[in-house]
Ligand binder design. Structure first.
Ligand code: BGC
Length: 805
């Protein structure tokens, strides 16, 4: 793969010359968008505008009205499997192919930057946006994201790592303050970004909405400049998430270059005042502007050197790729030999998802698919005259609800069938950007169907569609369970490929599936408080928790079965010092082609700081024909053995013995090798909790300071949300009036699906007050917003005083 991150020679110098010649007003204009999706131009200076748009698993280019809630339509584009599925492939070359396809569609539609991949850590299984993220593990997230970035950028389109950083829940995402200790931040939440930046040199990074330890992510000089640029060598552009700006001059000072979308000059007066007062320097503004201009020149140069692809042929190819990828992501969770099915006889296909696929999540990533495979049509075509498909929907695809009659009809369809395929999962409204799930249950009707059908039939394969783990108290009942995750527009076709063994279920879980959400330590501190979330579980995220505390997951990280069998030969670890190569011979001993993922975990038996039981440090996916052998080769380096030493702000390796564990999942370790390292590194003691959730005292020790008090909801400030206003009488009246205005701006389309309405409502309720000025198109200045907030606070205060009398 050719990586074309750089950077037409001399572009930054050319940009610096342009910026030096620009009047300040033009510079201020350029560091903010022109509209919802496009940047500003300085035509007289050779700077053309370019488009940035979602992402991440397909292009969402809107030609008409713009929104970031999946509200308005976008041009048809291939809807690839979502990141939760992509991460489950563990297949670096395949994700490069997906990235290249995304890049090709973007450049054909004249998009300069695709807003993805997203690689936040899945801290809690109910995170509303988990389907848009790759894994619970930073190494897997980073490697998968790097592959996508290389692919996208190989087509001359910029990629965007998002959301930087520690953006791990949707509830109150615009103003939640993530309280996390430094070691956890580095080892869990930043490592994936670091890998992707170092490996793939993305053109852009998007900062997160949230605050981290009291500071807005977009105003953190430490994150955006010291860590991202100075330490990791990032030399691209940092943009805001949409309407994330909280203080524009502070953002520029911190290293935040581009504000998106346009705030129609709302911040200009503040920025000029900061320049006058010396709180911001002209040089700092020039740097931000220079990066915008550099990117504009780069986009223009790439565009000039390439021709758009033929849309029809491209969409055909990409649909085929989407089907291949969906099968490579499909994860066989259990199987007694029922799968693969023989492509003949009578097969009962039950579940409305067979006709109305659940294939992607809600919010800004919503892709207008070019076409849609259904399992029903594909299965009928696959069986042809050799067999019969008896179909019953069993439930309503949109609501997930079922009538007694629907269940009875499903049972009737299953009666006498040679095998039953039962498609269940989460309806669309369960998973979206903008809100988190409140439980991990499947809809009650889906569970009822599983119970009823498995009680009656003994060849039942459950096929799941969902973007994140679900409770499966019924897991022992069916003879096989396969998850297609959210498999994109070809999910239906890919499922049929996998069910009949035309394709191998290539997926391995990129996240642990807990028995119950209560097992997970982050559950104690997740989406419970409106202004603060405390990461008291520290490093104990996902398998790091399960494996350290011996609390089994229902299906562990890295798990996934195959249709064939493998023999793992004698593993070797070669090399010296921290630079080691793990070589594992693998033979396909079955009679089908297949793939498996060799996973390498490192365990540190003696350490002066607390470490999780083991951590993933490398992996290799091998594809083998029947009887074929190949070596899985995994390289380890200093970071594979290191911890982050907070005292010295450096990664350190302690001398001593390490165990290199070779596994087929985090709990299926098939070989262990010992490695002895010499090192002069000294790691300072690092406070850690005695259990999986830190007590107050332990958490304060981890933070190195008292636990900060959560920000109060009243008095109101820029980060207060429209939803917060309901706490005062005047606020309620104001929010009511505002709601009326906003409702008018929403399409009156009766057909707006419930989930889009739900996402939109959550966007409005969670909108921070500062966004009123930014989105008012000049009608509300920040000075007026300040006055408004003062009034709301004064009336709220006097009402509270009166109430106390
Ligand atoms: C999301 C981003 C997205 C942007 C533009 C935001 O709400 O958090 O991921 O790229 O909107 O749609």
């Amino acid at each position: 793969m050719t990586v074309s991150t750089d950077h037409t020679p001399g572009v930054s110098e050319q940009a610096a010359r342009i910026v030096a010649a620009l009047p300040r007003a033009d510079k201020l204009r350029l560091v903010s968008g022109a509209d919802f999706w496009n940047t500003e131009a300085a035509e007289g200076h050779g700077v053309s505008p370019f488009m940035l748009t979602d992402g991440p698993h397909g292009l969402r280019k809107q030609n008409g009205a713009g929104d970031h809630a999946g509200l308005h339509d976008s041009v048809p584009a291939t809807c690839f499997p979502t990141a939760s599925a992509l991460g489950s492939t563990w297949d670096v070359p395949l994700l490069e192919e997906v990235g290249a396809a995304l890049g090709r569609e973007s450049r054909t539609e004249e998009v300069g930057v695709l807003l993805g991949p997203g690689l936040n850590i899945k801290r809690h299984p109910a995170g509303g946006r988990n389907f848009e993220y790759l894994s619970e593990d930073p190494l897997l997230s980073g490697r998968m994201a790097a592959a996508l970035v290389r692919g996208i950028q190989s087509e001359g389109v910029g990629a965007c790592l998002k959301h930087f950083a520690a953006n791990n829940q949707e509830s109150d995402r615009m103003r939640i303050d993530t309280i996390v200790d430094e070691r956890t931040l580095r080892e869990i939440y930043l490592t994936g970004f670091e890998i992707a930046v170092r490996e793939a040199e993305p053109w852009t990074v998007m900062c997160a909405y949230n605050l981290i330890n009291g500071e807005h992510a977009g105003e953190s000089r430490r994150l955006l400049t010291e860590v991202l640029r100075d330490e990791w060598g990032f030399d691209g552009l940092v943009m805001t998430d949409w309407i994330a700006t909280h203080d524009r001059p502070a953002g520029i000072r911190a290293g935040l270059d581009l504000e998106m979308p346009s705030s129609t000059g709302a911040w200009d007066a503040r920025t000029v005042a900061a320049l006058r007062a010396g709180d911001l320097t002209e040089a700092e503004l020039d740097v931000a502007c220079g990066r915008v201009v550099t990117l504009a020149l780069k986009v223009a140069a790439e565009r000039a050197s390439r021709v758009p692809a033929d849309r029809v042929a491209m969409h055909d190819d990409h649909h085929a790729l989407a089907r291949r990828v969906a099968a490579a992501a499909a994860t066989l969770l259990s199987n007694d030999g029922t799968l693969p099915l023989a492509p003949r006889g009578r097969i009962a296909l039950i579940g409305a998802f067979a006709e109305s696929p659940r294939h992607q999540g809600g919010g800004s990533s919503l892709v207008n698919a070019t076409r849609m495979d259904t399992a029903l049509a594909t299965m009928r075509a696959r069986l042809g005259t050799d067999g019969e498909v008896v179909y019953a929907p069993g439930y309503d695809a949109a609501t997930g609800e079922a009538t007694d009659e629907q269940i009875a009809k499903a049972l009737e369809a299953a009666e006498g069938a040679d095998a039953v395929v039962l498609m269940v999962g989460l309806p669309t409204s369960f998973e979206s950007e903008g809100y988190d799930r409140t439980h991990l249950d499947l809809p009650a009707s889906h569970e009822r169907l599983i119970q009823a059908i498995t009680a009656q039939h003994d060849r039942v394969a459950v096929a799941l569609s969902h973007g994140a783990p679900v409770h499966m108290p019924w897991a022992d009942a069916p003879q096989a369970i396969v998850t297609g995750h959210l498999g994109g527009q070809a999910a239906g076709g890919a499922l049929v490929d996998v069910l009949f063994g035309d394709a191998e279920p290539g997926g391995r879980l990129a996240e642990s599936y807990p028995v119950h959400v209560r097992d997970v330590p982050s559950d104690r501190n997740f989406a419970h408080a409106p202004t603060q979330v405390q990461y008291r579980e520290g490093l104990y995220v996902g398998y790091r928790f399960h494996d350290t505390f011996g609390v089994p997951a229902l299906f562990p990280f890295g798990h996934g079965l195959s249709y064939t069998t493998y023999e793992i030969g004698e593993a070797k670890v070669t090399g010296r010092g921290t630079s080691r190569t793990v070589t594992v011979p693998v033979t396909n001993t079955g009679d089908r082609a297949g793939s498996t993922v060799v996973q390498v975990y490192v365990h540190d038996p003696v350490s002066s700081v607390l470490r999780p039981e083991q951590e993933l440090k490398g992996f290799a996916k091998v594809h083998l024909r029947p009887g074929e052998s190949a070596d899985a080769v995994v390289a380890l380096d200093a970071r594979s053995f290191a911890v982050y030493d907070v005292d010295s702000a450096a990664w350190k390796v302690e001398a001593g013995e390490f165990e290199v564990r070779i596994g087929l999942s985090s709990t299926r370790i098939v070989a262990t090798k010992s490695v002895r390292l010499t090192s002069g590194d000294v790691v300072a003691p690092s406070p850690a909790p005695a259990s999986a959730v830190a007590t107050d005292a332990e958490f304060a020790a981890m933070l190195g300071r008292p636990i900060p008090a959560p920000r109060r909801l009243f008095p109101f400030h820029y980060d207060s949300t429209i939803g917060d206003l309901k706490t005062t009488w005047m606020g309620r009246r104001f929010a009511g009036a505002l709601g009326g205005v906003m409702a008018k701006a929403m399409p009156t389309d009766q057909d707006m699906p419930d989930e889009v309405r739900e996402t939109m409502t959550s966007f409005i309720v969670n909108m921070p007050l500062r966004a009123l000025a930014m989105m008012s198109e000049g009608r509300l200045s920040f000075a007026s917003l300040d006055r408004l907030i003062r009034i709301l606070n004064a009336t709220g205060l006097s009402a509270r005083r009166a109430a106390r009398k």
